[in-house]
Design a protein around this ligand. Structure first.
Ligand SMILES: [Zn+2]
Length: 229
């Protein structure tokens, strides 16, 4: 497929440099949204303005800056609108990795638990879920038409934190070097935050991102923290 065969819109929303994505088929006019945490009105209006119908919300992981929710556990006041607000506006399914299902309570039948290598058809496009634990137990990336939406697993030049509750640096090593490292070099990378730019490629990250270049788990753990006892 060439560029005209996919609809992909990258929106930088909220105060934490999050990238929210709309991904869909420009022929059937169906799309999904990735990590609808901030500015739900903007997300819904952007899809509608592009004449696209939202058929699903995909969750890379359940940190509040990606799905919304109370900030109390971060010691901050307030609430991010997130998935709940989206569902109040649009009737749609929410796809979350099965390891983090319990972090999205109250969604009932709107919630779909997915696992590694599951697929979702969005019009003529087939999207594949890749389980990439490490930042969180149920972190996942989405592969569609040679593009990878990577959440907080792989950033341009770095990777997600592995010192948070539920993080596992050993799993992050394997997610980066085995699962994502096995993708074709020309796979276009779309990260979950705008830390240093909008996109990269897997090939460039394998050459230049130090976190994808550790030859052995032990070397990675010396930098990222050893196994917790
Ligand atoms: Zn996160």
């Amino acid at each position: 497929m060439d560029d005209r065969s996919i609809y992909l819109k990258q929106l930088e929303l909220g105060p934490m440099q999050n990238f929210v994505y709309l991904v869909g088929d420009p022929v059937t006019r169906q799309c999904v949204v990735v990590d609808p945490a901030w500015e739900i009105d903007t997300i819904v209006e952007t899809a509608a303005g592009d004449d696209m119908t939202l058929i699903g919300a995909l969750v890379t992981h359940t940190h509040q800056d990606h799905v919304g929710g109370s900030l109390a556990s971060w010691g901050m006041p307030g609430r991010i609108p997130g998935v709940e607000e989206l569902l109040a506006q649009v009737a749609t399914k929410v796809y979350v990795h099965k390891a983090e299902r319990e972090f999205l309570p109250g969604l009932g039948s709107d919630l779909v638990r997915v696992d590694n290598h599951d697929t979702l058809d969005v019009g003529r496009l087939r999207l594949t879920f890749l389980h990439t634990p490490g930042h969180t137990p149920g972190s996942q990336c989405f592969l569609v038409d040679g593009r990878l939406i990577s959440g907080d697993t792989l950033f341009i030049g770095s990777c997600g934190r592995t010192d948070l509750p539920g993080s596992d640096p050993s799993q992050m090593y394997y997610s980066l070097t085995q699962r994502l490292g096995a993708l074709p070099e020309d796979t276009i990378l779309f990260p979950g935050h705008n830390y240093v730019g909008a996109s990269s490629t897997i090939g460039d990250e394998k050459r230049e991102n130090p976190f994808m270049r550790f030859a052995a788990l032990g070397d990675f753990l010396k930098v990222m923290g050893g196994p917790r006892s």
